[in-house]
Ligand binder design. Structure first.
Ligand SMILES: Nc1ncnc2c1ncn2[C@@H]1O[C@H](COP(=O)(O)OP(=O)(O)OP(=O)(O)O)[C@@H](O)[C@H]1O
Ligand SMILES: [Mg+2]
Length: 264
């Protein structure tokens, strides 16, 4: 079931240093929404707040599912994950599993927790459940372009392939909202293009995506709308093209000179 998100008035400081101030963001269900900003602008702190890794000092985070609205700000991370919010880290954490398929299966365990006890007891339905999970994870690896690598050792994968394993693992939990934090970090242009195609495919399949990313091209290619942060404040919101054209975004990304040129 796809979900949306409504965030308002989010503020967070660490030891008196402002990381976010009065930030608002709406992610409509079924959209790909961008959260953009230069290095240190607060994207990951906001993602941490949405997924329960960090508690906000103020503000609301509401998850919208089928006309229902639930406040999730400050809830434990496991509770938020259980509500269908999945997150991929910029630096994908491999879990030391024996194969790429196993790395993805881990994502399905949050979905299948109830059946783990059953499978230990050897119940037929649980075994069927496991077979379905396995098949689903194989299909997800196909989807992310790694169908030929299911039995590879995870540590043999390139950085870009790991990013795609992370996405397959997150999808294995059947999330209503998928949050990608810095998926293009450190990737070559060809890998970024593969990820872009993948995200557009997810959008066509109705998955809601929040894409927290510095890379302007990826945001422009993937997102219906974007919120731009700089130094913890929201400096622009709207279509990528409109946001990129504002002096504030030009200044944040390219410095005062570029903004001056753009204004001429
Ligand atoms: N746990 C923390 N303790 C103290 N300061 C933190 C903590 N987490 C983040 N910060 C600070 O908050 C600010 C925003 O950091 P954040 O990681 O959200 O930036 P970002 O936009 O994700 O950058 P990048 O594009 O490099 O990923 C930075 O100044 C950072 O040092
Ligand atoms: Mg970050």
């Amino acid at each position: 079931m796809t979900a949306g998100l409504e965030i308002s008035g989010i503020s967070k400081a660490f030891d008196g240093e402002r990381a976010l101030e009065d930030v608002a963001l709406t992610v409509p269900a079924g959209s790909v929404t961008g959260l953009m900003g230069p290095n240190g602008s607060g994207k990951s702190v906001l993602v941490d707040i949405i997924t329960g890794q960090t508690r906000p000092d103020a503000g609301r985070v509401q998850l919208l599912t089928e006309g229902d609205r639930q406040e999730i700000g400050g809830l434990p991370a496991e509770t938020i994950a259980g509500l269908g919010v999945a997150r991929c880290w910029a630096d994908v954490r491999l879990l030391g599993m024996a194969s790429v398929l196993d790395e993805v299966l881990v994502g399905a365990y949050t979905l299948r927790q109830a059946s783990i006890l059953g499978s230990m007891l050897g119940l037929g339905a649980a075994r069927r459940d496991q077979r379905e999970s396995l098949e689903n994870c194989r299909q997800l690896l196909n989807l992310v372009g790694l169908g030929a690598r299911t039995q590879s050792r995870p540590d043999a994968l390139s950085h870009g392939e790991r990013a795609r394993v992370g996405i397959a693992r997150a999808l294995a939990s059947d999330p209503g909202l998928l949050i990608l934090d810095g998926p293009a970090n450190g990737l070559a242009a060809e890998e970024v293009a593969l990820l872009t195609d993948l995200i557009l495919g997810l959008k066509a399949a109705g998955v809601t995506v929040l894409l927290a990313e510095r890379n302007m091209k990826m945001i422009a290619d993937c997102c219906d709308s974007v919120v731009v942060l700089n130094a913890g404040r929201r400096i622009a919101a709207g279509s990528p093209a409109d946001c990129f054209a504002t002096a504030a975004v030009q200044r944040a990304y390219f410095g005062a000179t570029a903004a001056g040129i753009a204004a001429c």
